[in-house]
Write a protein that binds this ligand. Structure first.
Ligand SMILES: Cc1ncc(COP(=O)(O)O)c(C=O)c1O
Length: 233
């Protein structure tokens, strides 16, 4: 029977979809990876499970363990559902630092592999928003390992452009732009940083799911990202 052992087994293998209307008039073909198809609706499901499994393998979790994680967003949602599925206690606090190596590792092992598989290796540019930096680090390291010419474009909010030497500031783009340079981020692997303003990341009149992907800085990219990456439009 093809029935998941538990809900965590449903994480990953998210679909890629062509973004026709957003990419209208571009020479590049643009696809979005719908991380919102994960069970708790974000890319962070991957690291929620990966971090718990890494701690399990290291023998750091018993039935009395209280798992404590600094996160103010989707990582907390992901950990909550993974811990609920496994019967673990969890306390979430506000974040200070992002440095768990299981984070980029799961993107090397799963997200990058899925992109490579689903594009038949025909991926020239990956675009990802930077929160912890785990997604772009893991995906770009794994894909560039196979295809060094592939470019990695990081996206950060223009209102908090710390990766390009700016000052941290408040913005309205969920999940990215923590206001400091995260330890997990491999800056060497990033070819270019582009900025998106909160206003541009807000929903327009297109498919809601795609808008969410783009607006929240997931692997989807839109016309602006491609244009700013220097591709002909
Ligand atoms: C929905 C969403 N997309 C993207 C990101 C950023 O990904 P990363 O932390 O791997 O840089 C986050 C981070 O919280 C997020 O919640």
């Amino acid at each position: 029977m093809r029935i998941a052992r538990d809900v965590t087994e449903l994480i990953g293998n998210t679909p890629l979809v062509w973004l026709h209307r957003m990419a209208e008039g571009l020479h590049a073909r643009v696809a979005g990876k719908l991380e919102s198809f994960n069970p708790a609706s974000s890319v962070k499901d991957r690291i929620g499970l990966a971090m718990i499994e890494a701690a399990e393998r290291a023998g750091r979790i018993t039935k009395d363990t209280v798992i404590l994680e600094p996160t103010s967003g989707n990582t907390g949602i992901a950990l909550a559902f993974v811990c609920a599925a496994r019967g673990y206690k969890l306390v979430l606090t506000m974040p200070q630092q992002f440095e768990n190596p299981a984070n980029p590792e799961v993107h090397r092992r799963t997200t990058a592999e899925e992109i490579w598989r689903d594009t038949d290796g025909q991926v020239d540019i990956v675009v990802a928003g930077v929160g912890t930096g785990g997604t772009i680090t893991g995906v770009a390291e794994a894909i560039k390992g196979r295809k060094p010419a592939c470019k990695a474009i990081a996206v950060e909010p223009i209102e908090s452009a710390v990766l390009t030497g700016g000052k941290p500031g408040s913005h309205g783009i969920q999940g990215i732009g923590a206001g400091f340079i995260p330890k997990v981020l491999n800056r060497e692997i990033v070819d270019e940083v582009i900025h998106v303003g909160t206003r541009d990341a807000k929903p327009r009149e297109e498919v809601p799911q795609v808008r969410r992907t783009r607006g929240s800085g997931e692997l989807g990219c839109g016309d602006m990202a491609v244009e700013e990456a220097g591709l002909p439009v």
